[in-house]
Design a protein around this ligand. Structure first.
Ligand SMILES: [Zn+2]
Length: 248
């Protein structure tokens, strides 16, 4: 992403300013009455496509990845519901069963992998780091697993300043309650991957759950990516996904 900054004055850019092609990355707007400046930041993909914006209140809006290879989306930009997902994660973690499971999982996986330090024991703090301008934030992808199944992905890592989450593309269009619940669970799953400075892999997380479950269920093969993902995600799901229409 571009990192240079260009300053523009508010006379030339009104509130309804239309995206240009100059790859503007930082715009400071001066309030003529108070003399204070507000900043708008814009991120671009290497193709020059606008990828994200940050407004003065630090609300970040991410765009769909453009069609840049097989299986990529070419749909109109449709921002990831960052605020809604965070609220849903807070709701899930307000359930002590979910909070205790996640806390034990992060303690176990970080102890088992001492060279890969824990970014933060609070998944919401990790989520906020991913959302911050020092990482890559959120997008959608239609990339599929070898099985053909759609999936969400943790991209990059916090340690390299490249952490992002690409959600399964269908979440961009399926916005019903059940889809949003599943998307929030995916958000929590991918955030837990990013809780390791270099990301904790599905295998490392499966091994941690295996240890937490006193080795009762047998682990999938080490190279079975989908099996290892399902192994620990099943436990996360059982602890954190609130029952449909139910109270807890
Ligand atoms: Zn995973």
């Amino acid at each position: 992403m571009a990192t240079s900054a260009t300053q523009h004055d508010s006379v030339n850019y009104g509130a309804n300013y239309t995206w240009g092609r100059g790859n503007l990355v930082l715009e400071q707007r001066y309030d003529v009455e108070t003399g204070t400046a507000t900043e708008w930041k814009y991120g671009y993909l290497s193709t020059g496509t606008l990828y994200w914006t940050i407004d003065p209140q630090w609300h970040q809006i991410r765009m769909l990845l453009p069609k840049d290879g097989p299986g990529r989306d070419s749909d109109p930009p449709n921002p990831v519901p960052v605020v809604d997902l965070r609220k849903r994660m807070i709701n899930m973690l307000s359930n002590s069963r979910c909070a205790n499971f996640v806390a034990q999982l992060l303690a176990t996986v970080s102890r088992r992998n001492p060279s890969n330090s824990l970014v933060n024991a609070d998944p919401l703090k990790v989520w906020d780091m991913i959302a911050s301008s020092s990482q890559r934030g959120f997008s959608y992808t239609s990339e599929r697993l070898p099985s053909g199944r759609e999936a969400s992905y943790a991209l990059g890592s916090i340690g390299t300043g490249t952490a992002g989450i690409a959600f399964a593309a269908s979440y961009a269009t399926n916005t019903d309650g059940i889809s949003r619940r599943m998307m929030a669970l995916a958000a929590l799953h991918e955030t837990i991957h990013h809780a390791g400075t270099n990301t904790y892999s599905d295998r490392q997380l499966a091994e941690a759950v295996h240890e937490m479950r006193a080795n009762l269920a047998s682990l999938p093969a080490e190279n079975d990516l989908e099996g290892n993902s399902n192994f620990w995600n099943g436990a996360l799901n059982a602890a954190c996904l609130p029952p449909v229409g139910g109270k807890r």
